[in-house]
Design a protein around this ligand. Structure first.
Ligand code: GN1
Ligand code: MG
Length: 361
């Protein structure tokens, strides 16, 4: 995952999509934990400059990368149509536009990953942290709208790109198995964290249990609804486009609301090492609930509306459990920047989930 891709290789892949364009340069983007992403500057045959995002989908994580690409293309095309119908002022910038290769395939399959190309959306950017409740509300509007526009996505059901992705109960079972196996001799060091996560299990399972009891329905959801996955317009600050569609699949509305909470309730990053600084802020939660309900409030069931804060508790605990599991298993899933990174991430998620429970329910 850390090996470098030579520019000549990027040039070759790019030309599989746009053989008539001249490749100028590529710059790597280090935001995500899973895929590899490059911004490519090119020149169209008429001399016009054009920017694209060239990305290799991680085939270890997304073993069904073909199903994933079918999902992503169906979603983007559906959103393009809906935005057009609803008379968006800027329809080109409200959805991701994926290109096919000159051979008509969805991308280039290679040992490094499955390469795909989409148009870069200019004059807008995703950021790691929301500074103000207004920004949080904007992001919640964008993800709420995303769910609303996808509610009439024609059949068939989307492919489950990662089976059991938000099966919280199963995530706990995998943590217990990793702790018991202790393949890297790290269990002793994180016993207290492990036990603290188990203590949160009943609260973290409330959402899943409500779904199993038939109170909370399946919908089409994003499943990685963090602040960084929405582009904000540079000039207006308005959310214009939801990105990172790889985990879009059938899910629960509150999985997305929960990820919004996870990424915005605290003003500290996901890997904050000082746990005393990780606090769930009420004003951010209120702004998120306000924005989300403005878009999907009328379609949510009463149980969904009541469970809103449990979305955040489930998602924050769940990803914390996943970070700790990965730490115990030797960091094979999430890309890390330094030793112990996944343990720090797990601890800060634990602190945040507890703070949510204390302050938001
Ligand atoms: C991963 O790669 P990235 O940062 O978009 C993960 C999400 C986690 C997130 C935590 C496919 O997303 O589930 O919530 O890290 N994506 C996958 O930051 O596992
Ligand atoms: Mg993601």
């Amino acid at each position: 995952m850390t090996d470098k891709i030579p520019e000549s290789r990027l040039r070759e892949i790019f030309s599989a999509f746009l053989p008539d364009f001249s490749f100028r340069r590529a710059e790597q983007y280090f935001g995500g934990h899973i895929n590899r992403t490059f911004f490519v500057d090119a020149e169209a045959p008429d001399g016009r400059p054009a920017r694209y995002v060239l990305q290799s989908v991680n085939k270890h994580v997304f073993t069904n990368y073909e199903g994933l690409m079918v999902n992503v293309m169906r979603i983007s095309e559906h959103l393009a149509r809906k935005n057009e119908e609803l008379g968006s002022a800027d329809p080109e910038r409200n959805h991701l536009h994926f290109l096919r290769t000159a051979n008509g395939t969805m991308g280039v399959d290679s040992p490094e990953g499955f390469w795909r190309l989409y148009r870069y959306i200019g004059r807008a950017a995703g950021r790691d942290r929301a500074e103000t409740p207004e920004e949080a509300r904007e992001a919640a509007l964008a993800f709420g709208r995303f769910q609303r526009l996808l509610a009439d996505l024609p059949a068939p059901r989307l492919v489950e790109t990662i089976p059991r992705f938000h099966d919280t109960r199963n995530r706990f079972e995998r943590l217990e198995a990793a702790f018991a196996a202790d393949a890297h001799g790290r269990a002793a060091e994180c016993r207290a964290d492990f036990e603290a996560f188990l203590a949160l299990r009943p609260e973290a399972l409330r959402l899943q249990e409500a779904n199993e009891a038939g109170l909370v329905p399946e919908r089409t959801t994003h499943n990685d609804a963090k602040f960084a996955n929405v582009l904000l317009d540079d000039r207006t600050g308005r959310a214009i486009c939801v990105i990172d569609l790889d985990t879009c699949m059938p899910g629960l509305s509150l999985h997305d609301f929960g990820d919004l909470m996870r990424s915005m309730c605290s003003d500290r990053p996901e890997d904050e090492p000082d746990m005393s600084l990780v606090v769930a802020r009420r004003e951010m939660y209120d702004a998120l609930a306000d924005g989300f309900l403005a878009e999907v409030g009328s379609v949510l069931t009463e149980a969904e509306r009541k469970l809103l804060p449990y979305g955040g508790i489930s998602m924050t605990t769940e990803v914390g459990v996943r970070f700790l599991t990965d730490y115990l298993e030797g960091d094979h899933y999430f890309r890390i920047a330094r030793p112990g990174h996944n343990l720090v991430r797990a601890r800060s998620q634990l602190a945040l989930a507890r703070s949510m429970l204390e302050r938001l329910v």
